[in-house]
Ligand binder design. Sequence first.
Ligand SMILES: [Zn+2]
Length: 195
Amino acid sequence: MQHSLLSRFLISKLLLLNFLIPSAVLLAADVSTGCTDGKAAELCSKKQNMGERKGKSMSNKSKAIVERLRPGDDFQQALKRIAAERKLKAGVIVSAVGSFKTASMRFAGADAATEIQGPLEVVSATGTISEASMHVHLSVSDSSGKTFGGHLMPGCKVFTTIELVILDLSDEWSFERKKDEQTTYLELEPVKNSN
Ligand SMILES: [Zn+2]
C-alpha cells in the first residue's frame, strides 16, 4: 500500500534525523550551551513520538508533527494554524513534499513577492517556525524542470497534496525574534529552556 510505504519512509527519515538534528541545532544556534540534558520531554502520543531515539545516552526527546495538506490549502496559513494548534515554541520543517497550483515567494533582495503559475512540484521547504513567527524558504520546479527559490509568502496553494513533517523542539527551545541593528531584520533569537 502506498500509505504504508509513505509511513515507513517518514519513520526511517525521522529516525535518521533524530540522530542528526539535536547536535546540529546546538552547533548552529548555541555552541556555548554544552549540555543537552534537561527534564524529559512531556509524553505525547505514540505517533508524535515516531522520532524518539532509543538509547541511554540521549535525554532530549523530539516530537514530530505529521500532516497531509489538501488541495486548495494555503501553505503559509496551514503552517500558522498548526503552530497555533500545537502551541509551538520552536519547530523545524523537516520535509514538505507535494505540489502547488500557484506559488508566491520573495526572491533574494526583492521587496515584493513574485507569483509563479503551476502546476509546480514542491522540491524543498525549510525553515524555523513558532506560534509567534516563522522564517521559511522554499523551492519549486515547473513542467520544464526550471526551479525557483525564495522566501515563502502568502498565496502558495496546494495542488494535489503536501506531505508535511515538522520537528517540535519546544521542550528544549523557544524561537524568539529580535531586531538586529546590523541587518535591520527581526532575526532568530534561539532561547534554550532552563528546565
Ligand atoms: Zn528569508
